[in-house]
Design a protein around this ligand. Structure first.
Ligand code: DGJ
Length: 720
């Protein structure tokens, strides 16, 4: 486990994974990434041939070329015609050829300065490669951290300018991997607003397939992640490798199949509108990338990624703590509320057993609608009928925790903040603003802006007994032009991210007792960068139970279920207009962190009774859902009419099945459960029936539902 050096081979070993790198006369070549290998002897015949039109760095060796060798950081401009990992303009060109000068092993995790990094842990070891390009006078330091408890390796790069003049970085990937030719599929999590994390799987063909964001945020339409798997991989079988980025801004990820069918993967900051001026003596560090491997199919890959995120990325004080069942007033009231309405809602929530009351948008400044007041973080006492602390005391007195909504990175033109500091918005001098939800984005690349937001939010969090914060972000960045030179503007988007991480690390560390949930119109910034500070995310503004099935399914590919907020909302649903039974809305929301987002005060008694029972039941199964192993039994996208998931934790298992449309004269679905003990006896809590684990896994559980659309069934088994 950890880092082992044998001759000129470096072994980076995590729980079930090895990365083996060869030092060949200063070039670092990737010999293997995948399943664990203790002793590597392999030859790579295909790579040692004279391949026509590939550049050879030495005249007497026609069989060595950077174009065919598998690398971990591409030598740029010396015959490797694939996508480069670096482009650094020095002198009159962008050529770089880094050679290994030193390597050493450090105990624990090395953090990327100012960027989200995995937590330091005793069970990790970091291999440091120090490479230099003596001609360009540049140093490249690569960090690879292996974790004993997980099948993941994290990595990032540092570029140092050893020369006496500035250079410009035009491209800097966080990591790159060359893997052998094979029939691969690539899986990405794509989508749009209100249908985030759609699983898209396709064959890797010759050429380049890439995903990217240039929105200033990771975005609803793509996730900073890419999974490369065997073309035949299923949930249960086949090899798969996930590449993820701990970053919430502009990113790119690509897979390239070259003329020899060899495959290159890369992930990092998007080159588009990016450059970084590196002064003499300065360093630049890339965001951290994460590699996770499974030899046992996609479910195992997901479980390993979920485990890593929960153990090493999420704030530790919340990673393994049950999340409260909440009521959020947004879809109950939107902007139309007064103190009495909020207290009525809290009252009803408390009677139903709900644990946290969240006051969403509209409590501050002149915020009567979404056209104004962002930036004015002053309580509107008229609307709240007094100080915020009074409202909080009253909510607490009902036995509920209290949560509050913020959108700190934004500014409305109709706000006192804009009237005082119009130059604080992201903008290009002389050009009209581009609006989105009628708001602008604050320039977090300006330290004064970051300092203002820190103190404004800190004041409210310090003066009030707040238990939870929902941190929203409701537009993307345009009109980037605040730099005082073209180069400074090209640096602005990444400096923004450094400002954001400074802001959120300050607030979350200072208020470490507060549970922070990130949101960006739902899942517009649902990535590992945000998850490092915010242990929970509002996965989508789409609260329709049926629409949620693929969104939650896609999120589970890489992110732990405990990160995902999931609410029961009104029927007909506000986004989709669909009428769905309260039981199914509850069953779907119970596949994540259960919450409610509807006007409880206007519900019929029968619905309230169902909700009270759901809340009580979720308290019983909450650990199984939030701490358990997650299995995808039926894919809501391929199967279209059905979905099923299962959670297993400490001898307990919860299975949820949803059927979208009613069918006739079809055989009921039989679910083959997973992860149980064959010889153990499991009791179905609802009926008292008992089954053996083997029976549930191999004969299966046949679902019977009456006729009707949008019906579901949840089963809770406990080992006897
Ligand atoms: C978008 C969020 O996703 C919603 O849940 C809600 O908080 C609104 N913003 C409030 O403006």
């Amino acid at each position: 486990m950890g880092i082992i050096i044998k001759g000129n081979l470096f072994y980076i070993q995590s729980k079930e994974m090895s990365m083996i790198i060869e030092n060949r006369e200063g070039d670092l070549l990737l010999r293997h990434i995948g399943g664990k290998i203790a002793n590597y002897h392999g030859s790579n015949a295909i790579l040692e041939k004279d391949h026509a039109f590939s550049g050879n760095p030495t005249p007497d060796n026609r069989t060595f070329s950077y174009d065919t060798q598998r690398q971990i950081f591409g030598v740029h401009g010396f015959g490797d015609f694939r996508c480069p990992s670096l482009k650094i303009q020095h002198d009159n060109n962008e050529l770089t050829q880094f050679k290994l000068k030193d390597s050493h092993i450090l105990h624990g995790v090395v953090e990327a300065t100012g960027l989200p990094s995995p937590h330091s842990t005793e069970s990790a070891e970091t291999l440091v490669f120090v490479l230099e390009d003596e001609f360009a006078k540049l140093r490249l330091t690569l960090y690879y951290t292996a974790y004993a408890d997980c099948t993941s390796i994290s990595t990032f790069a540092k570029i140092s300018n050893l020369s006496d003049k500035a250079v410009v970085i035009n491209r800097a990937l966080s990591t790159m991997l060359d893997v052998p030719a094979s029939n691969y599929d690539v899986i990405t999590l794509q989508g749009a607003y209100a249908r985030e994390k759609t699983v898209r799987r396709q064959k890797v063909e010759q050429g380049i397939f890439s995903i990217a964001s240039n929105r200033g945020a990771s975005g609803h339409a793509q996730t900073p992640a890419m999974i490369l798997c065997d073309g035949t991989a299923t949930e249960e079988a086949g090899q798969a490798l996930a590449l993820q980025l701990l970053y919430s801004g502009n990113f790119q990820a690509f897979v390239q199949k070259n003329q020899l069918n060899e495959v290159r993967l890369g992930i990092g900051i998007n080159d588009d509108n990016f450059a970084w001026q590196l002064a003499a003596g300065d360093n630049f560090e890339t965001p951290v990338a994460l590699m996770t491997y499974s030899a046992k199919g996609l479910t195992h890959l997901s479980q390993e990624s979920q485990l890593f995120v929960q153990n090493h990325i999420m704030p530790k004080q919340f990673a393994h703590v049950e999340r409260p069942i909440l009521i959020n007033n947004w879809e109950a009231t939107y902007f139309d509320f007064k103190k009495e309405k909020l207290l009525d809602l809290a009252d009803e929530a408390s009677k139903l057993g709900i644990e946290l009351f969240v006051l969403d948008d509209g409590w501050f400044g002149n915020r009567f609608d979404d056209n104004r007041a962002l930036g004015d973080w002053v309580v509107n006492e008229e609307k709240l009928g007094g100080p915020l602390s009074d409202l909080i005391d009253k909510v607490h007195a009902k036995g509920l925790k209290f949560g509050l909504w913020f959108e700190p990175e934004m500014i409305s033109v109709d706000s006192d903040l804009y009237r005082a500091h119009p130059d604080w918005a992201i903008q290009a001098e002389g050009r009209a603003h581009t609006y989105s939800r009628n708001q602008l984005v604050l320039n977090l690349a300006n330290p004064d802006v970051v300092a203002y937001i820190k103190s404004a939010i800190d004041k409210i969090l310090t003066e009030n007994a707040i238990d939870y914060v929902k941190w929203d972000y409701n537009r993307n960045i345009t009109n980037i032009g605040n730099g005082d030179s073209a180069l400074a503007t090209k640096m602005q988007s990444h400096v923004y991210m450094l400002g954001l991480y400074d802001l959120v690390s300050y607030l979350t560390e200072k208020h470490s007792n507060i549970l922070f949930e990130s949101c960006s119109g739902g899942g517009g910034r649902n990535d590992l960068g945000m998850m490092r500070y915010f242990p929970q995310v509002w996965a989508s503004d789409n609260t329709d139970a049926i629409s949620r099935l693929p969104i939650q399914y896609g999120s589970s590919y890489l992110y732990p279920i405990i990160s995902m907020g999931s609410h029961v909302s009104a029927s007909p649903n506000h986004q989709m207009g669909r009428t769905t039974p309260i039981e199914t809305r509850g069953n779907v929301a119970m596949m994540g962190n259960l919450g409610y987002e509807l006007d409880l005060t206007s519900l019929p008694e029968s619905d309230k009774e169902v909700i009270a029972a759901q809340v009580a039941h979720y308290k019983d199964i909450r650990q199984v859902v939030q701490f358990g192993k997650h299995y995808r039994l039926i894919n809501p996208e391929q199967g279209a009419n059905e979905a099923a998931v299962q959670f297993v934790y400490e001898g307990k298992t919860v299975v949820t099945y949803v059927r979208t449309l009613s069918t006739i004269e079809t055989i009921e679905t039989t679910l083959k459960l997973k992860g149980l003990e064959e010889v153990a006896t499991y009791r179905l809590q609802e009926t008292g029936q008992v089954f053996s684990g083997a029976e549930l896994m191999y004969a299966g559980l046949t679902v019977t539902l009456p006729q009707g659309d949008y019906l579901s069934q949840q089963y809770y088994f406990v080992k006897q």
